[in-house]
Design a protein around this ligand. Sequence first.
Ligand code: AHR
Length: 985
Amino acid sequence: MKSSVLLLTLATLPLAVLAADVTGTWKSEFDSQIGHQKYTFTIKQDGAKLTGQANSEVGDRKREAELKQGKVDGDTISFVEMVTFQDNEIRISYTGKLSADSNEIKFTREVGDFAKTEIVARREQTGPAESPTAAKIIRIKAGKSEPVKDAEGNVWLADRGFEGGQTIERPDIQIANTRSPDLYRAERYSMESFSWPVPNGKYVVKLHFAETFEGITGPGQRVFSFNVQGREFKDFDVWVKAGGPLRAYIETVPVKVTDGKIKVTFTPNIENPQICAIEIVPQGGGETSTTTPATTSTSTTPPPATAPMTTTATVSTAPAATAVLHINAGKVVGKVSPMLYGLMTEEINFAYEGGLYGELIRNRSFKADAIVPPAIPETYVAGKYLPVTFRPDTTPKFWSVVGGASMVLDTSVPLNEFLNVSLKLDASSASAACPAGVVNEGFWGIPVRPSTTYRVSFFAKAANGFTGEVTVSLESRDGKSTFASAKISGLNAEWKKFEAKLKTKSLSPSKDNVFKLTTTAPGTLWLQNVSLFPPTYRNRQNGNRADLMELLAAMKPKFLRFPGGNYLEGNGFNQRFNWKETVGPVEQRPGHPSPWGYWSTDGFGLLEFAEWCEDLDMEPLLGVFAGYCLGRGGVLPAGPQLEPYVQEALEEIEYLIGDLSKTKWGAQRAKDGHPKPFKMQYVEVGNEDWFDRSGSYDGRFAQFYDAIKKKFPQLKVISSWGYEQPANGSVKNRTPDLVDEHFYRNMEEMMAQAFRYDSYGRTNGPNIFCGEWATRVGSPTPNISGALGDGAWMTCMERNSDIVLLSCYAPLLVNVSQLTGNGRSMQWSSDLIGYDALRCYGSPSYYAQKMFSTMHGNEILATDSQNIPTRGWERRGRSGAPASTQQIRQIFFDATRDGKSGIIYLKVVNTAGTAQRVSVEISGAKSISSRGEAVVLAANKLDDTNSITEPNKVVPQAEKVDGLSAHFTREFPPYSISVLKLKSK
Ligand code: AHR
């Protein structure tokens, strides 16, 4: 009786008492907005209490923090890490579930309200697994995100256990030599390793292969080595082993495990390694395998007698032979997308305000202090304007007073319901000897140039009795020089708009200047929308900064992805890019807080984006808000609640491309000053919707897709969830025209993935839009190392631009005036173009991109190579897996040809620190002229870069080249990107 009570009590005890002990060391690695992070959690569990510490690294920054509020409740683990970041205390909370084998915790990691990520922490094994999983057959289907059943009904787990690589599904292919073709209709490729924890003992590991990539057309085109528990399989050629393409082949390897895991490593030789499935069958004691397809031929390769029993990384020695690049000018393998190179933009790093947008006054509408709590979607009414509030007695940011004046934000006499606040200036101290007024320092200064006319405008009213004048002027910050000034009269008790011109004379350009508005007559004034514009690009009224536009124009971009990025989504439904509030007269645009931490007046609104496109001959690529905001901003599932946002998107499209006489929003565009519809082909639904963990994107996308296709059948609709993201969230209900893939990587990661698209399917899948990518090396703007990574990546995109139709680097712009501290001008490092109030410059990555975008043909030529030198690279392990060494190529190239002129553009990226002698062999052309041209971007050191003070340190040089032919040799300088223009017939 007693013992059954005890058993019952035990059975009903809270799980916490029975949960596995999480005491130990746990490791996790993941990418975040501040870079790749490596964490070690040292955890101690005492009953339900958890204590310990987190040690983390991002680049060379290291941090240590005590774990607080640690709890274990059943298999749920939670704790908090407090960190100090740029003077702010940030709370990072972790809530996770322990895996069944107690070796893994899947955490949701929330950084304040700012970011929410799923990460995995893995237990550090100090020796053989302490509580290994029971010996049973493990079956893993590589390349599938869901389990698969074989012909015998065995379940194969979804893709897992791999380090590195990508996956691809080819659902429609026929596979011979197996009863379970589904095992071969998806694969993982270019992976470095696979590992799986097992109890020590004997096993048979079965590796399932099939050559299913249409890019491999014969033996010898994919050759790789792999190593199973120390048993080396060198120069393995699936084509040869299986007897041709689309045929299953199983390599069966008996192994002995002594360290608690089975490990398989892969080393590329020619093309990427690939694998379709892995089966681990315990020998003696485990279940008996019934999975081997009866009709599949298997071959057991006995280990060489001398096979090493430990895994070793292959270290390359410099190749003795000269690297050879072949170009087959007789074989066009695809068309270069005419839209391949575009721009991506959003309000980040003071890209528009304090950047491209010509406005020189900071906080012109005095709303930078507005209180805007994020609205939740359930109660927010789409399209209903929500006025913002202000704390009483606030002095407006970025304004100061002179001459004994005082100022305060006043909501009692608004200009209108949108600019529902004004600056109330008490100038009762004013006199002729001591003018009183307000001062604005612009965005880290106001640029003053010689012989230039600036346009001043503002709305003002005065308290009864004020009859004085107001003076507006441009002055040096120290007050010693006045460069231009103008007097304005006529202020009275009604709001009125005033305008003046400020003309400078001969002077040296400078930026340490201010804008002043003063009066010598005592009184009280109210001001709103105080604006100062320099001459703009093509003299647009509400236009853009000319020097930046010229840098952009030189890239000859074909499209502009806007308005974001995170800026499209915002931190709340009332903080998104709400397009209707960004059009019309600027003084009726309410503005909104940007997710990057500062106020946007929306002076740069939808029409300004489109006019920017028009000025640079680019097409708009419009991102429409798709019912999902960042972080806790919320999401609306597909259905009636989402419908208002679908309508909003349709109206937005109509505003851009609708006929002025036939459509409501086309007519509105004409009223706003642009009668002619813009040319637009592409619309993207949302931004990076893989951050939405609710699983709603598939449905939301379908709702937008159907509505857009119905009203605008000519438009191509892009999914914001690309193949680089987990397949389980990608769009399945509809086939997007393109999927948007984002890559922020370091140089070696870019080099390692520079063949990614070579193996993408060409037949069924949507095309690709690389809507954000950058080699993030160098701050504020990338250095040559960044440019080299970009160059390697661009050879990949260009070589595959039959399917990679569009690409754009991100972010585009950064104001470099204040890189750190509160209120800094940069929120994201490694941006293409840098500037301050007066000057601007292109980074080495800018020049690399300009070289690619302005020099290419329309035909992609077949290429091949030999003896490309490689180097070892310690690839950081993802998701807690250990780092591994892999070989990466050091030279990257692609060739395109202009079908009309016959010019072949050969791009060669030499990422090595030594010059590379390369033999170029061109077949299939009648003749190659001996004279050509080369444009070369090169540097001496990987961290060589351009900056605001040294803008031209790394810039391309053009040279004439002689001695060219169908077989020539050229030395490519260290750390260089070269474009060779070869005249062919
Ligand atoms: O380009 C910077 C940010 O990176 C974008 O806003 C966002 O889409 C991505 O996460």
